[in-house]
Design a binder for this molecule. Structure first.
Ligand code: FMN
Length: 172
C-alpha cells in the first residue's frame, strides 16, 4: 500500500491576496494595555483568542514594531479589553488613527488598575488581566500567551471588525 502524500507547495500566497482574503474574517476589537516599570502602552488588536479554560489562557498577536512589545515583555503583563459597539473611538485612538480622541491618549476614557497593574478599561465588554505565560515570534508579529489572573465582564454589545470596517452584531 502506498502512503498518500502531498508534494510541498512550491510557493506561498502573496501578501496582497492574503490581506484581501483576511478582510472577510469577522473579529472582535480589543485594546491590549500594559503598565509597570517599562511604562504604560495600549494597542488596538483584532488578533485575540481564547486558548484554554483550565488553566485560563488567551493569546494576542502584536506587530513587533509596536512599542507595546518591549513594554509587555518587561512588565511581564498585559490586559485585553474587549470593546463594546459604542467604543469605536477608543479603537481608533489605540490604532493611532486621528478621530474624536487623541492617538494613544489614555486620558480620553476611564481606566481602573487591574491586578497586574495594567489599565482595565471601564465599560469594556470584558477585561482579561494576564501575566505573560510565554511568547513566540511569528513573521512580523509576536504571539503572547497570557495566563488570566482576573476576568471581568459586563452584558453589552461587542464591537466587531470585518470588511475593513467596524460592525455591530445582530442576532439571527
Ligand atoms: C480594527 C483594528 C484591528 C487591529 N488589529 C491588530 C492586531 O491584531 N495586531 C496588531 O499588531 N495591530 C493591529 N492593529 C493595528 C494597530 O492598532 C496599529 O498598527 C498600532 O497601534 C500602530 O499604529 P501606528 O504605528 O500607525 O501608530 C489593528 C488596528 C485596527 C484599527
Amino acid at each position: 500500500m502506498t502512503a498518500a502524500f502531498r508534494m510541498p507547495t512550491p510557493h506561498h500566497e502573496n501578501p496582497e491576496r492574503f490581506i484581501a482574503a483576511m478582510a472577510g474574517a469577522a473579529t472582535q476589537v480589543s485594546v491590549v494595555t500594559t503598565d509597570g516599570p517599562a511604562g504604560r502602552f495600549g494597542v488596538t488588536v483584532s488578533a485575540f483568542s481564547s486558548v484554554s479554560a483550565e488553566p485560563p489562557l488567551v493569546l494576542v498577536c502584536i506587530n513587533r514594531r509596536s512599542p507595546a512589545i518591549q513594554a509587555i515583555e518587561a512588565n511581564d503583563a498585559f490586559c485585553v479589553n474587549l470593546l463594546g459597539d459604542d467604543q469605536a473611538d477608543i479603537a481608533n485612538c489605540f490604532a493611532g488613527r486621528p478621530g474624536a480622541l487623541a492617538p494613544y491618549d489614555f486620558t480620553g476614557c476611564t481606566w481602573e488598575s487591574a491586578t497586574t497593574g495594567a489599565p482595565a478599561l471601564s465599560g469594556a465588554i470584558a477585561n482579561f488581566d494576564c501575566r505573560v505565560e510565554t511568547s513566540y515570534d511569528a513573521g512580523t508579529h509576536r504571539i503572547f500567551i497570557g495566563r488570566v489572573v482576573e476576568a471581568l465582564s459586563r452584558d453589552a454589545a461587542p464591537l466587531a471588525f470585518s470588511k475593513r470596517a467596524y460592525q455591530a452584531l445582530r442576532p439571527l
